[in-house]
Design a protein around this ligand. Structure first.
Ligand SMILES: Cc1cc2nc3c(=O)[nH]c(=O)nc-3n(C[C@H](O)[C@H](O)[C@H](O)COP(=O)(O)OP(=O)(O)OC[C@H]3O[C@@H](n4cnc5c(N)ncnc54)[C@H](O)[C@@H]3O)c2cc1C
Length: 384
């Protein structure tokens, strides 16, 4: 045992009465979607379980990714009520939820086609309360090490609160995006201003009228830029490679749409489980090379209008994301009609700088919004 360990417990908060069935406690690390489901499923079997998470509450990656994000995606919807903004899902709301609670699936409300950070957190908290799972969870508790002891036939798990768990079953539900990845930029430590990672966002940060640099213009960067451009004094966006960003097609959900989804949930779940993407759209079975350039362009144009980056990848052709295809201009085509080149030119002329790019990024709504404040202060540096 490490000298700093002050307490040794057999599965922390569990009382002997919890040791049902085989008498062996389980430890789950992570209280995101994965950990919550594991906990629920094991509790359904009557097994004793403890969940720990470094985070202060449930949510997993959504607990950490509290950066500001836009909600509305077209001028038309800008006039409608704007629900809590934050990081946005790529998967549509009807799919991005647990399917094992059928009643909840039918009744839990979602207002938009995509779900945002605060709403995901609210949803997960709701699930935890509804199934009385919180009592099995301990937060602000980091897994430091886990070692299998052959003589004991147990895992010795040391956590940051000084407890050592001894468990037969250790289930890691650590997620794939729960650690911050800080760029290894020489000299970054000498930066005198405030640094903040989107995956460790401090909601008290006030960006209004500040000079802000955003490193990275992938899906997170695009969302942050779009959300903060209106209020910051100056915005400089650093991007090593140009990104091809596709509109999400987000919009409010109508009662008719919700009714249609509810009536078809069994089929939807079945389709999702048997699909490669699991995104709830019908994937194409046809190869890119089966089509003429004109047909491809028409298909991409249609997908662009429908929105969703994954649909754009897999909805039209079965091999766009798998093959090493020629450069973007030969495959995905030129910027789509909904984002005419003129806008890029215009934006460049006014105040956006696209430097070092072979191709412009295609998420023009981002540029439009970034500059719609009339402040003429946003500069977009795209460095390849
Ligand atoms: C902005 C954003 C949008 C996304 N949108 C989508 C989407 O639309 N569709 C989709 O399918 N996926 C999306 N994802 C991916 C997302 O990671 C998964 O959908 C899902 O939330 C993963 O759940 P999880 O439980 O597996 O892991 P996580 O939610 O990552 O939870 C892991 C938990 O483990 C905890 N943990 C990690 N290490 C330790 C340790 N050593 N000790 C204690 N606790 C630890 C973390 O604190 C975290 O709470 C998105 C991710 C982000 C960041």
């Amino acid at each position: 045992m490490s000298p700093s360990m002050s307490i040794v417990l057999y599965c922390g908060h569990l009382k002997p009465s919890h040791f049902h069935r085989d008498g062996q406690p389980r430890l789950i690390v992570g209280a995101g979607f994965g950990g919550i489901y594991q906990l629920y499923a094991l509790r359904q079997l009557g097994l004793s379980v403890q969940v720990i998470d470094l985070a202060g509450d449930v949510g997993g990656t959504w607990y950490w990714n509290r950066y500001p994000g836009p909600h509305v995606h077209t001028p038309f919807f800008a006039s409608l009520s704007d629900p809590s903004a934050g990081a946005m899902s790529d998967t549509e709301s009807f799919v991005y939820r647990f399917t094992w609670d059928k009643e909840d699936l039918q009744t839990y409300p979602w207002t938009h086609h995509y779900i945002q950070g605060p709403d995901v957190l609210q949803y997960l908290e709701h699930v935890v309360e509804r199934h009385d799972l919180r009592k099995h969870m301990a937060f602000n508790t980091e897994l430091l090490s886990a070692e299998w002891s052959e003589p004991e036939k147990l895992w010795n798990v040391d956590v940051s609160t000084g407890i050592r768990y001894k468990v037969k079953y250790l289930i890691t539900a650590l997620g794939l995006l729960s650690r911050q990845n800080y760029p290894d930029i020489p000299g970054i430590d000498t930066f005198k201003g405030l640094k903040c990672h989107t995956a460790a966002w401090d909601e008290r940060i006030e960006l209004k009228d500040k000079r802000v640099g955003v490193i990275g213009c992938g899906s997170t960067g695009v969302q942050v830029i779009t959300a903060i451009a209106k209020t910051v004094k100056e915005l400089v966006c650093f991007s090593r490679h140009p990104q091809y960003s596709v509109p999400s097609g987000d919009r409010p959900v109508t009662p008719e749409y919700r009714q249609m989804v509810n009536a078809n949930y069994d089929k939807i779940v079945d389709q999702v489980r048997n699909s490669a993407y699991g995104f709830g759209f019908q994937e194409s079975t046809r190869s890119f090379n089966e089509f003429t350039p004109e047909e491809r362009e028409a298909i991409f144009e249609e997908l662009w209008k429908q929105g969703n980056g994954f649909r754009f990848l897999g909805g039209g052709f079965n091999d766009v994301s798998r093959h090493s295809l020629p450069p973007v201009s030969d495959t995905i085509g030129p910027p789509r009609s909904s984002t005419p080149r003129q806008i890029i030119k215009q934006q460049n002329a006014i105040n956006s700088m696209l430097t070092g790019c072979r191709l412009p990024p295609i998420e023009l709504p981002m540029l439009q919004r970034a500059n719609s404040s009339g402040k003429r202060s946003s500069r977009l540096y795209l460095i390849q």
